[in-house]
Design a binder for this molecule. Structure first.
Ligand SMILES: [Zn+2]
Length: 217
């Protein structure tokens, strides 16, 4: 079969419902501004997720910016009557664990809170840049990368859990206390923003079509 004989879903006006999976064919455009809805479950139908790349970029840029304060600002402060207040950053916490001989825990905290978010942001950047340039470079590998990010996404809250674990390893004296600091807020925002960036990316953009050029979303 030659390329000219291949009909795409958008050429045939076919829409797949992302919620119930029903495929509908639109024979006439909907009247006025009426949104196109799935006849079975009324979910709005689109050929591509609307403004997928713009949303992905917005979340991704915000996550990259917040990654800096998440690692530089203290995530918590501890206090006791003898030493006064001490501020702790994620990197400082890892160093303390390593110093105390907890190699395994230091490694887990490093992977979950420094390496994984950075790799996730990097992988999403690769997907967003190549989709933006309508690149046909390594499409199958990029689809695998997308599936990997999705799989890691289920474990995203692990990062936050590890920080909680880190709080637990700090020994308190009598009359001691622990307070969250701005770094923890930035850290939680990075986790949520990378999840939103991955969720906004439409994997269909890995396979651009000629006709997509004049389609806004
Ligand atoms: Zn449906």
């Amino acid at each position: 079969m030659s390329d000219a004989a291949v009909h795409t879903g958008s050429q045939m006006k076919l829409y797949g419902c992302p919620t119930c999976g029903r495929v509908s064919q639109l024979l006439r455009p909907p009247a006025g501004d009426a949104p196109l809805l799935c006849p079975r479950c009324a979910t709005p139908l689109h050929h591509r997720r609307p403004r997928s790349l713009q949303r992905t970029w917005a979340y991704l840029i915000a996550a990259s910016i917040l990654y800096i304060p998440a690692n530089l600002l203290p995530i918590m402060s501890t206090s006791n009557v003898f030493e006064g207040e001490t501020l702790h950053t994620i990197l400082g916490g890892i160093e303390e664990l390593r110093h105390g001989g907890d190699w395994m825990l230091a490694l887990i905290v490093f992977i979950a809170s420094i390496a994984v978010p950075l790799l996730k942001i990097g992988a999403l950047l690769v997907l967003a840049i190549t989709a933006q340039r309508r690149s046909r470079w390594k499409q199958v590998e990029r689809a695998q990368l997308y599936r990997m990010i999705e799989a890691v996404g289920h474990w995203s809250m692990l990062d936050v859990f590890v920080v909680v674990l880190l709080v637990g390893t700090i020994r308190f004296g009598a009359l001691g206390g622990v307070m969250p600091e701005p770094g923890l807020l930035a850290f939680g925002a990075v986790v949520v923003l990378t999840m939103l960036a991955a969720g906004s990316f439409d994997p269909r953009l890995i396979w651009p079509e000629e006709e997509d050029k004049d389609r806004p979303s």
